[in-house]
Design a protein around this ligand. Structure first.
Ligand SMILES: *Cc1c(COP(=O)(O)O)cnc(C)c1O
Length: 368
C-alpha cells in the first residue's frame, strides 16, 4: 500500500538519531521547559526569520494563545475559513471569539476578495485567522494590503505551511503572529503533540510564555488565567534535530513530487491545484478535485494500493459542535461546499520512492 504517511520509513532513516536525542534529554533529568525547548525556540525563530518562537502543547493551543495575546475579547469577531482542520475554529471559540466564515477559492484557500468584501461590510471584524491550507500559501501581498487597509490583527494558521513562500516572503510574516503544529503528520512532525506561536512584538512574547504556563509571570505569580500548554523537552530535542537536518530535504522532496504530479497527471476527470508563479507551496497535502463519484475514485485507488483521504469532508459550519455556538457566515460557502464534496488527497510524503510516484501517476492517468 502506498501510504499517505510512512513513519516506519522515517524511523528507518533517522530513528537512531532521534533515539540519541531522547537519550540526552533522559540523562539531563530535566523534562519540561528547559534548555532543549529554549534552543528549539531559538532555532525555529531563526529558520522562520522571525524574532521569537514560543513552544506550546499543540497547534490548537498555539492559535488560542496567539489570539489571547493579541487582546481578543469575548464576543469579538474573527474572520476565518470554513474549510480547515476543526482546530482553527475551535481555537477562535476557545479564545472567546465569534467566527465569521468566508468562502474559499479554487484551491480551497480563503478567498481574499471575499475576505476584503466582508471586512468592508462589517467594521466590527477586528481579527483574522487565515489558513495556508494544504501548504499552499495565500497571496501575502494581498494579505498585507488587507491588513493595512482595515487595521486588523492577524494570527496566521501555518500548521500545514512551515517553509512556504509567496513572492519570496514566508507565510506567517504578515500577521502579528504565526501558529504552527508539530502533530506527527505535519511537515515538521514530532513523535506526539506539539506546536508553537511565533511573532515580532516582545510584549506578545512575554504574554505567550506566561499563557502557556498557567498565566504565570514569574514563579508562583499569576496575573492572568493561563493554560498548561508546554512543549516537552523530549519533543523539542527531536524537533530541533528534524528542523536542522531533515526539514529542508523533506520540503524539497515534497516539491519534487508535486512538480512531477502537476506535469504528468493528465485526466479530464481530475483537476490539479492551480499554482501562481509567485506561490511556493510546501505541499503538506496534494489535493485534487475529482469529477463524478468520489467514493468510486477512492475505491479505485485503494484497489490499486494507493491510500487516499479527504481534507475536509464536512465544513466546520456544518459540524454539530457548532450548533450551540454563535457564528456568522458572510455570503455563501458554495466553493467550500464543492471542495468538501469533491476533494481527494493523494500521497505526497517525502519517503515516497520514484516507483511509488510513478504508480500514483499511472493509476490516476488511467482512471475512467
Ligand atoms: C493540524 C492543524 C491544526 C491543529 O494542530 P494540532 O497540533 O493538531 O492541535 C490547526 N490548523 C490546521 C490547519 C491544522 O492542519
Amino acid at each position: 500500500m502506498i501510504q499517505l504517511n510512512d513513519f516506519g520509513r522515517e524511523y528507518g532513516d533517522i530513528g537512531q538519531e532521534l533515539l540519541a536525542c531522547a537519550d540526552v534529554v533522559l540523562k539531563s533529568g530535566y523534562y519540561v521547559l528547559g534548555e532543549f525547548v529554549a534552543s528549539f525556540e531559538k532555532d525555529l525563530a531563526n529558520y522562520w526569520h522571525l524574532p521569537w518562537a514560543v513552544g506550546c502543547g499543540n497547534g490548537l493551543d498555539a492559535i488560542e494563545i496567539g489570539l489571547r495575546v493579541a487582546g481578543l475579547k469575548a464576543g469579538e469577531k474573527v474572520l476565518t475559513t470554513p474549510l480547515s482542520a476543526f482546530a482553527t475554529t475551535l481555537a477562535i471559540i476557545r479564545a472567546g471569539g465569534t467566527p465569521v466564515f468566508v468562502d474559499v477559492d479554487v484551491n480551497g484557500n480563503l478567498d481574499l476578495d471575499l475576505a476584503e468584501a466582508a471586512l468592508s461590510a462589517d467594521a466590527s471584524i477586528r481579527y483574522m485567522v487565515p489558513v495556508h491550507l494544504y501548504g499552499i500559501p495565500l497571496d501575502l501581498n494581498r494579505l498585507t494590503r488587507i491588513k493595512k487597509k482595515f487595521h486588523i490583527i492577524i494570527v496566521e494558521d501555518c500548521a500545514q505551511a512551515i517553509g512556504a513562500l509567496f513572492d519570496n516572503q514566508a507565510v506567517g510574516s504578515v500577521g502579528e503572529m504565526a501558529a504552527v503544529s508539530f502533530y506527527p503528520t505535519k511537515n515538521l512532525g514530532a513523535i506526539g503533540d506539539g506546536g508553537a506561536i511565533l511573532g515580532k512584538s516582545e510584549s506578545f512574547r512575554r504574554r505567550a510564555m506566561s499563557l502557556r504556563n498557567y498565566g504565570q509571570s514569574s514563579r508562583y505569580v499569576h496575573e492572568v488565567l493561563g493554560m498548561n500548554s508546554r512543549l516537552d523537552e523530549l519533543h523539542a530535542a527531536m524537533l530541533d534535530y528534524i528542523l536542522k537536518y531533515q526539514l529542508g530535504k523533506y520540503i524539497t522532496r515534497r516539491k519534487e513530487i508535486a512538480a512531477t504530479y502537476l506535469k504528468r497527471i493528465k485526466n479530464s476527470l481530475i483537476k490539479l491545484p492551480s499554482i501562481d508563479s509567485a506561490c511556493q507551496p510546501v505541499w503538506h497535502l496534494f489535493p485534487i478535485i475529482v469529477s463524478g463519484d468520489r467514493q468510486k475514485f477512492m475505491d479505485y485507488c485503494k484497489q490499486n494500493n494507493i491510500q487516499t483521504a479527504v481534507h475536509y469532508p464536512v465544513l466546520i459550519t456544518d459540524q454539530k459542535a457548532l450548533s450551540s455556538v454563535r457564528f456568522e457566515i458572510y455570503g455563501t460557502l458554495k466553493q467550500a461546499r464543492f471542495m468538501a464534496n469533491h476533494e481527494v488527497s493523494i500521497p505526497i510524503h517525502p519517503y515516497l520512492t520514484e516507483q511509488e510516484v510513478e504508480c500514483v501517476i499511472q493509476t490516476l492517468c488511467f482512471y475512467t
